[in-house]
Design a protein around this ligand. Sequence first.
Ligand SMILES: CC(C)(COP(=O)(O)OP(=O)(O)OC[C@H]1O[C@@H](n2cnc3c(N)ncnc32)[C@H](O)[C@@H]1OP(=O)(O)O)[C@@H](O)C(=O)NCCC(=O)NCCS
Length: 232
Amino acid sequence: MFRHVLVHVGEHPSLAAGQVWPGLLSPRESAKLAELALLPRRRKWLLGRVAAKRLVRSMVDGPAPADVDISVLNRASGEPYVYIEGRGEWEFAISLSHRSEIGMAAVPKQRELRIGADLETIEPRALALVRQFFTDGEAALVAASGQARDEVVARIWSAKEAVLKLLGLGLRLDTRAIEVSLAGPSFVGCPAGWEPIEAKVLAASTAVDVPSPMHVVWRREGGYVLTVALGV
Ligand SMILES: CC(C)(COP(=O)(O)OP(=O)(O)OC[C@H]1O[C@@H](n2cnc3c(N)ncnc32)[C@H](O)[C@@H]1OP(=O)(O)O)[C@@H](O)C(=O)NCCC(=O)NCCS
């Protein structure tokens, strides 16, 4: 269905400092990094690029391109895409997510699939966030979650962001236009180690091109929730 790579900031001393090592970035990426002044943003941006390049190198047909020949760029909407020197734009979709210590890249195994991936920390989050971003149904799930509250909030938030990325919209769509349930129907091809989750784009937002079917899966990894949304 898809492949993903996680990169931890501790893997290379330069990453924590928001610095690069020779041969990592393409000239276009170096120009982009030069625009990023703040360390947290530089670090996250780099974690995403290192994860994406590792994944691309493992998936391309034929000899793997050098890191410096792989550019992980963004369209005007923010959506990421891959350009490979000498080959052109890569035909597979890619999605990135990063938190302060970890970066994630995910790519579908089929060229025709769209993808959205998201990574969230499991940590206490204010009720105001639930009130502002969640539907009434999601708020009820959180209210009933007891000791699992932090994980449940992270799962709902992460599923929303994965779907927003799959749709290519980011926060141009109201987060309450997506309603997440904590479990979904199992389906053929659900990857081992991942659980289905249901996320519906509500009728009021019909202007959005929603894949049908759209599959959303999640897993817990240490203190993080990972979610991937896929569809044609
Ligand atoms: C796309 C979005 C959802 C990103 O979420 P985020 O949690 O800030 O950050 P993440 O690390 O998970 O993802 C960032 C990546 O999303 C990708 N992205 C950005 N815009 C995108 C878009 N329109 N479509 C698809 N992917 C997009 C980029 O690859 C970006 O990484 P990069 O800049 O290094 O290339 C964004 O719209 C956003 O601003 N979110 C704000 C968080 C928020 O308030 N969420 C409430 C949800 S309940």
